[in-house]
Write a protein that binds this ligand. Structure first.
Ligand code: NAD
Length: 337
């Protein structure tokens, strides 16, 4: 029975530890009385010819219709003749920006305690266009595609994000001294957008220097925007600064206002089905989904409860050096709600 006061959202529990951590989200949303009705979709066992993927057409339609969803990790089945699940989602839903907030979690000590940055990765082109071929024996070529349209779109998203989230600065990360045409165009687009946002400081940082600065003093950065490959690498580097994959959320932004939040990590087959997974990354992703829906009071409450549970240090899953199970950790968060 659907209730018209509820917001419908698509949920892909995914594979491996996915169903366990998705259950944690469901439980916490129930306790926090979040007005969301989940439409659950599982990855199929057979290829759907309409999508040429194990994801069905109905699953994609569900996200298109609801415009908002949460995704667990998906293990792409091995075999030829179909598209990777994540690639299918990215292409079909035109998920053009991947947004990863990264901030130090109080009570979980790493080398840094003042990380508070956002990486925004262009998600559709660059080095990931999939255009590789052999020119002659022993020589191969890979095409890096940068377009004005995709660069403007991700830059616009980054500045809009900075403005609406009280951020002060956007840094465009590049290697335009070497990749003069491609990264040069990316920077040109960032500059054009920067002019429309005089209240936001804008700077350009060369990727190698950016890496050095990030490990020396991550507090130097605020919002970072970059082409696909740099974003892939830098966002993992940033996850490492604050304690690893069990903790880092992300959100994919697509055309027409679609937001598909997901944990950054994979299906963790080594610990799947054992009640050992840390649900924090997916939980914080669900919080970013709530922010996108402007359910800020619910988002704040849930985020507070997660951060308090981690800060308390009493309940910690294996990846953070503890022995707490997924369900115990989830119950502890519920107690803080
Ligand atoms: P992984 O992220 O699944 O695991 C790497 C290590 O981190 C493992 O030791 C795992 O136990 C640990 N880990 C990950 N998440 C954890 C959590 N929440 N709590 C505790 N420990 C956690 O990476 P992998 O082993 O390279 O990939 C496994 C599968 O996941 C592959 O099939 C891959 O294609 C898929 N994958 C999917 C996504 C996605 O859907 N976005 C991302 C990465 C990998």
């Amino acid at each position: 029975e659907s209730n018209s006061n509820l917001i419908r959202a698509t949920l892909f529990p995914g594979d491996g530890i996915g169903p366990e951590i998705a259950e944690s989200v469901r439980q916490i949303f129930k306790v926090a009385e979040v007005p969301i009705e989940w439409e659950e979709h599982y990855v199929g066992k057979e290829i759907d010819p309409r999508t040429n993927s194990f994801l069905t057409w109905e699953s994609l339609e569900s996200v298109r219709r609801n415009k908002v969803g949460l995704k667990g990790p998906m293990a792409t089945p091995i075999g030829k003749g179909h598209r990777s699940l994540n690639l299918t989602l990215r292409k079909e839903l035109n998920l053009y920006a991947n947004v990863r907030p990264c901030y130090s979690l109080p009570g979980y000590k790493t080398r840094y305690d003042d990380v508070n940055l956002i990486t925004i990765r262009e998600n559709t082109e660059g080095e990931y266009s999939g255009l590789e071929h052999q020119v002659v024996r022993g020589v191969v070529e890979s095409l890096k595609i940068i377009t004005r349209q995709a660069s403007l779109r991700v830059a616009e998203y980054a500045f809009h994000y900075a403005k609406t989230h009280g951020r002060e600065r956007v840094s465009a990360i590049h290697k335009a001294n070497i990749m003069q045409k491609t990264d040069g165009l990316f920077l040109k687009c960032c500059r054009e957008v920067a002019e429309k946002y005089p209240e936001i400081k804008y700077e350009e940082v060369v990727i190698d220097n950016c890496c050095m600065m990030l490990v020396k003093n991550p507090a130097l950065f605020d919002v970072l925007v970059m082409p696909n490959l740099y974003g892939d690498i830098i966002s993992d580097l940033c996850a490492g600064l604050i304690g690893g994959l069990g903790l880092t959320p992300s959100c994919n932004i697509g055309e027409g206002g679609i937001a598909l939040a997901e944990a950054v990590h994979g299906s963790a087959p080594d610990i799947a089905g054992k009640n050992l997974a840390n649900p924090t990354a997916l939980l914080l992703s669900s919080v970013s989904m709530l922010c996108h829906l402007e359910l800020h009071d619910k988002a704040d409450r849930i985020q507070d409860a997660i951060l308090k549970t981690i800060a308390e240090g009493k309940y910690r899953t294996g990846d953070l050096g503890g022995t707490t199970s997924t369900t115990e950790f989830t119950n502890a968060i519920c107690d803080h709600l």
